[in-house]
Write a protein that binds this ligand. Structure first.
Ligand SMILES: Nc1ncnc2c1ncn2[C@@H]1O[C@H](COP(=O)(O)OP(=O)(O)OP(=O)(O)O)[C@@H](O)[C@H]1O
Length: 907
């Protein structure tokens, strides 16, 4: 669209320039200026309107001339004029006119201006084909005529040769009519050509786009107008009626006014599109030009008025005689003229005068007619006198007029100068305006080009952005869907979050509740454990009171050998009374009276054992023995080391502490002996380095069931250190060997018996307590222990004795009627401890490692059985003995034999 507008501007500019050149000489600057600012179609219309305007102006002028001529002619002339329309004669040339007016050769007439003379000359040649017009060389022959600018007034000058003034006027008028008619015919011809041209343009414009339809319609209207104009013009040549011409002129004026209104409207539309500054400048120039044109027209009118007056004065200064002669001949001349006059329209065909000439010539015709009227009465002498007077007056007036003439000529020159200056100024303004318009147009074109380029780039950018926008719309749609989906998800998540918050709240409350409950549980567990410990403690006490054998389980730490073999922990202490043991067939739980872990010290172990030491001091038979796999810590538990003494040394110390504590109320005698059951043979460990044959050791059991070894070396000890030294002495005689399982393996069963005789200082009662400490030999497997032949024999003896012990335990735990104590010396030695009258404590020592899991589980099963055995513990008091002895004495006195079982039994 912008490109089309720009091209329209360029075409308009070119056409305007062409029209400037074409219309430069027409003087229609106003129209031209308007045209320059119009688009192509409007400018074309302006051209047509301007053409029509010119033609109509010409027609108006012609009509005015004709009207004035028609009105100025006498009635006879009118009649003749009308009659001549039917005579078929038409003076086609100046020669005919001159012949008609009866004047001499027109070549002797007045002077024509060069240009006008050439024009008339060419017109005469073109129209009549005869060289009858004024030759240039005849100028100035008019006898001092001053009608230089009167066009063909040279014809009037002919009168200088003798024709009357009235005939001269009529000839001039006829000639003017001819000229006007000729111009009208030329205009008609131009209109026909224009009509054909417009028809072609109209055809072309009909094929143009819709935007030119308006111009097409205007062209059609113009075509119609032109056709009407043609018809009018054609009819103009045939209709002599001035009224019809006037009507036609009015119609055309209306048409012109309508067209002007249309042009003004179009101009207004156009001006709306013109930049404000240019429009303002254009208006200013228009106003200035209008003023200038008006001034020029006024000056021209004044000039013409002055010239007409000069002409009138010049006419008035003609020779009165000649005037008189002319006046005398006038009726005849006029009559001849009337006879020869033809249709004025035909006369117009031969005229070659300009419109201005008509104006000039036609000025003040009444004066001329008056003069003619006056000249018609020269036969009267009075009239002659009057004429003579008037001639004098005229002479005077002539002088005055000559002066006026000079003055007017000076003014004319001045006005001409002014006109020339104004025209120059107008031309300059026009040129500057054109230049400004051109510059403005160029700038507008450049701006338009840049705007077009920007528009193109903007269009490309816009297309690119539109593509991006489409892509973004797609993305937005996708994102909108995604957003919707995410919103739904978000709502779900929010609802879930709210639910979770509710759940979290309830969870926190539950956690608080759980914490409270856990705390309560912990307190309850502590209470429960405490209660359970107490329960077990009380249970143990009850069991102890019932005489049940108490069993303590002790785990040793994993040794280097087990660690090297990759053994794992299979025994776990659950609490002080429970042990979990992992077997290949699952976990097995064992409950004992006490469970000691590997890290628990000898002191801790002795704390729970101390009670048995107290029981021995109280007169009970008490037995503390250790059972378990070889290397499981039996010796460590019972004997210990120098730094970590076991139960025996601690018990020894405790016995003397108790003895010392009760020294004020009792006297305690402590004796001890130490035996070793090695390869099923009893060995007295305190016999030591005694020479001679060893006394035979016999296991005896008294009436209360207490077991004694007759023949054993009994040592009396006074202090704990003494007892310790005795004990160490006995240990030094014990058989030990190095095995794979233990560097210092006990190869025998150790039996340390500490007998206590507690004599009361208050009464004569005597308590006899016994503390038996047994360190059993360890059960072992030969392939594990790597025992040699001798060691293997020891092992077999050990295993045999332990097997017998197992049988006794099985019988006791099952409460069998028969207990096989006699199957082994070991079981015979332990008869009062297992199922007897002793308080017995058994330590079952195990290894926590999986490497010894089989042996450990056997030991645990073994201990569990022992735990089922119930003893019948009772104090050993001398009062009862006395009673028994008294009973024996009484039987002996009566001559009866005392019962054997009342005596010490010797096995
Ligand atoms: N609770 C324990 N704490 C530390 N070391 C221990 C523990 N129990 C045993 N031991 C160590 O284990 C090794 C073997 O112990 P101990 O000699 O007492 O076994 P044992 O059962 O008497 O073997 P055996 O039947 O062959 O005589 C010793 O070196 C001992 O110091």
């Amino acid at each position: 669209m912008m490109r089309g507008k720009r091209q329209g501007f360029a075409i308009e500019r070119a056409l305007v320039q062409a029209n400037i050149d074409a219309w430069e000489n027409t003087g229609s600057a106003k129209t031209l200026r308007r045209i320059k600012d119009r688009p192509e179609n409007i400018r074309s219309l302006y051209e047509q309107v301007a053409n029509l305007d010119c033609m109509l102006t010409s027609l108006e002028t012609q009509i005015e001339v004709i009207t004035s001529v028609h009105s100025s002619l006498p009635k006879e002339f009118h009649d003749t004029f009308h009659d001549s329309g039917t005579s078929g004669h038409e003076p086609d040339s100046l020669e005919a006119i001159h012949t008609l007016v009866g004047g001499p050769n027109p070549s002797s007439g007045g002077k024509l201006p060069p240009q006008q003379s050439r024009k008339n000359h060419s017109q005469c040649q073109g129209d009549s084909g005869e060289g009858e017009c004024c030759p240039e060389g005849d100028e100035g022959r008019g006898g001092g005529n001053v009608s230089n600018n009167v066009g063909c007034s040279n014809i009037v000058g002919i009168g200088g040769g003798g024709p009357t003034r009235g005939i001269s006027e009529a000839g001039v008028l006829l000639h003017l009519e001819r000229c006007a008619h000729r111009q009208t015919r030329r205009a008609l011809h131009d209109l026909k050509e224009r009509h054909e041209h417009l028809l072609e343009e109209h055809k072309q414009q009909r094929s143009q786009p819709v935007r030119t339809r308006l111009a097409g319609s205007v062209l059609e209207s113009l075509q119609q107008e032109l056709e009407a104009g043609l018809m009018s013009l054609e009819s103009l040549s045939s209709v002599a009626s001035t009224d019809r011409l006037i009507d036609e002129l009015k119609v055309r004026e209306m048409t012109i006014s309508q067209l002007r209104v249309r042009v003004l409207q179009l101009e207004k539309d156009r001006m709306d599109k013109v930049p404000v500054d240019a429009a303002r400048e254009n208006n200013r120039l228009n106003v200035q030009l209008i003023h200038m044109e008006r001034a020029r027209d006024e000056l021209t009118l004044q000039n013409f008025t002055l010239k007409s007056r000069l002409s009138h004065v010049a006419n008035n200064i003609h020779d009165p005689a000649a005037t008189y002669q002319i006046t005398k001949e006038t009726p005849l001349s006029i009559k001849d003229h009337h006879n020869k006059c033809v249709d004025p329209t035909m006369k117009l065909n031969d005229t070659s005068l300009s419109i201005k000439d008509h104006h000039i010539i036609s000025i003040d015709p009444t004066i001329k007619l008056n003069d003619i009227g006056k000249e018609t009465s020269v036969d009267d002498p009075d009239v002659v006198k009057i004429l003579r007077k008037s001639t004098y007056k005229v002479t005077e007036e002539t002088q005055i007029m000559k002066e006026l003439c000079k003055e007017y000529e000076a003014k004319e020159l001045e006005y001409k100068m002014k006109i020339s200056d104004l025209e120059n100024e107008k031309r300059n303004l026009h040129n500057s305006s054109c230049e400004r318009h051109d510059r403005c147009i160029r700038e507008l074109e450049e701006l338009l080009e840049r705007s077009h380029q920007k528009l193109e780039s903007s269009n490309r950018f816009l297309e690119h952005k539109e593509e991006e926008l489409n892509m973004l719309k797609l993305d937005v749609d996708a994102l909108t869907e995604e957003n919707t989906r995410l919103k739904q998800s978000l709502n779900e998540v929010i609802s879930q979050k709210q639910e979770q918050e509710v759940l979290l709240g309830s969870m926190r409350r539950t956690e608080d509740t759980l914490k409270k409950k856990a705390e309560e549980n912990r307190l309850l567990a502590e209470d429960f454990n405490r209660e359970r410990v107490l329960r077990k403690k009380y249970y143990n006490q009850i069991e102890e009171m019932k005489g049940k054998i108490r069993v303590f389980c002790r785990l040793r730490p994993v040794n280097e050998s087990e660690r090297r073999r990759g053994g794992e922990l299979v025994a776990t202490v659950e609490d002080q009374y429970s042990l979990d043991f992992a077997t290949p067939r699952g976990h097995k739980s064992f409950v004992f009276d006490r469970v000691f872990e590997g890290h628990e010290s000898q002191e801790t172990v002795f704390q729970d054992t101390n009670a048995l030491v107290q029981s021995a001091m109280d007169g009970y038979n008490t037995t503390i023995m250790a059972y378990g796999q070889t290397g499981s810590g039996k010796t460590y538990t019972m004997i210990g080391s120098q730094n970590e003494p076991g139960i025996a040394p601690r018990a020894f110390t405790r016995l003397f502490e108790l003895s010392e504590e009760g020294k004020s109320r009792q006297e305690v005698l402590i004796h001890c002996y130490m035996l070793e059951l090695y390869n099923d043979r009893l060995i007295d460990l305190l016999r030591g380095h005694c020479n001679g044959e060893a006394e035979k050791l016999e296991i005896k059991r008294d009436k209360r069931g207490s077991v004694h070894v007759q023949g054993a070396t009994i040592r009396h000890v006074n202090t704990a250190q003494h007892l310790q030294s005795v004990f160490q002495e006995g240990l030094s005689h014990r058989h030990t060997a190095c095995t794979n399982m233990n560097a210092e393996s006990s190869r025998s069963h150790l039996l340390v018996v500490v007998s206590l005789t507690i004599s009361s200082r208050q009464n004569a009662s005597v308590l006899r307590g016994k503390l038996t400490l047994v360190d059993l030999a360890g059960s072992e497997r030969s392939h594990k222990s790597g025992a040699a032949a001798e060691t293997l024999k020891e092992a077999n003896s050990i295993n045999k004795s332990l097997s017998a012990l197992g049988d006794v335990i099985a019988a006791l735990s099952s409460e069998a009627a028969f207990v096989p104590y006699r199957n082994s010396k070991l079981t015979m030695l332990l008869q009062d401890s297992l199922g007897g009258n002793a308080k017995t404590l058994l330590f079952v020592n195990i290894s926590p490692s999986s490497y010894n899991a089989e042996e450990s589980i056997v030991s645990l099963m073994y201990a569990s059985r022992i735990k089922q055995i119930t003893n019948n513990a009772s104090k050993n008091t001398d009062n009862k003995e006395i009673s028994r002895l008294k009973a024996i004495i009484s039987k002996l006195r009566r001559g009866e034999e005392p019962e054997d079982d009342s005596l010490l039994t010797v096995y």
